[in-house]
Design a protein around this ligand. Sequence first.
Ligand code: HEM
Ligand code: HEM
Length: 277
Amino acid sequence: MAVAHARAFRIVLRIGYLLLAAALTWLFVAGIDYYSLPLDQRPHHPDFRSLRPAGTVGHGLGIVGSLQILLLLLYSLRKRWHRLAGLGHVGRWLDAHIFLGVSGPLLVTLHTSFKVQGLVAVSYWSMMAVAFSGVFGRYLYLQLPRNVLGEAMTLEQIQAQLAETDRRLREQHGLDQRIMTALETVTTAGGSLWRLPLNNMLLGMRLRSHLPAGASPGVLGDAKARVLLGRRILFHNRIRELFHYWHVIHKPFAFLMLIIMVIHVGVTVALGYRWVF
Ligand code: HEM
Ligand code: HEM
């Protein structure tokens, strides 16, 4: 049941990304003529009334994008408020957080009509900094193995998982000591933390040359898991530390963005901008 839910969620998320890509491409292509004009010539363009930040489309994009950004903050609530624990796996909440964190800033970018100035520019660039830094945060997040509840495992728990994978490789897949030593060598040859993503990507290719031809099915998957776990143990403290500093930077920018966004909305409402209402 849980597997079916996870699959359904992944499909919905993929459809979401496809629809987002289609909508953004359409909006961008339809507006490129307007967006590429110098600011002083824009008021004479036929799309000015709809695509400027206060226009029907432009203003709507700002509202929808900002609502998405507010919605993604529910992830923090899900992490901390245990009453929400029954509402889906925390990993899926993070996937939704990322979807909204990609979609919201892109819609807000179209809302600005690529004219970023004044105090709200601080909000805009903080938003972009948060969203871009999210990619790095996601990478670090994935380097910290998690239990079924999505909580980061302790070093001891990861070591126990590694020992269990080693046992499977020896007993179920029948790997001898020579191959186990080769796996250990591949593990420690992961390079620096910065070269790790590339080395992890090429792992399948490297391992195939060490595994015996005609080995039992699933051996490559287990061998990969073994090396990745080993590398995560090697870099565990460094990754935890970096992730901690990443949080320290990510959060204040998110709050700065939100505070100025609230001021910006307050000012526009006070100036009489009400969108279609
Ligand atoms: C993070 C969210 C947002 C950012 C970064 C942002 C950014 C901007 C920027 C850069 C401009 C152009 C400023 C200029 O013309 O000098 C603008 C204009 C505007 N924004 Fe936003 N915006 C956001 C959310 C919103 C929301 C939620 C609303 C409405 C509820 C809104 C309503 C407007 C309006 C009405 C204008 C036109 C103001 C005018 O022409 O004087 N914005 N916004
Ligand atoms: C405007 C966009 C975004 C905002 C305002 C935002 C805000 C936040 C906040 C406040 C947190 C702290 C959550 C907590 O620990 O309570 C967080 C965590 C996180 N965000 Fe974002 N984020 C945005 C976009 C993104 C994007 C685009 C990505 C990935 C590409 C991303 C990835 C992450 C990750 C990996 C975490 C850490 C999760 C954890 O430690 O449990 N974020 N974000």
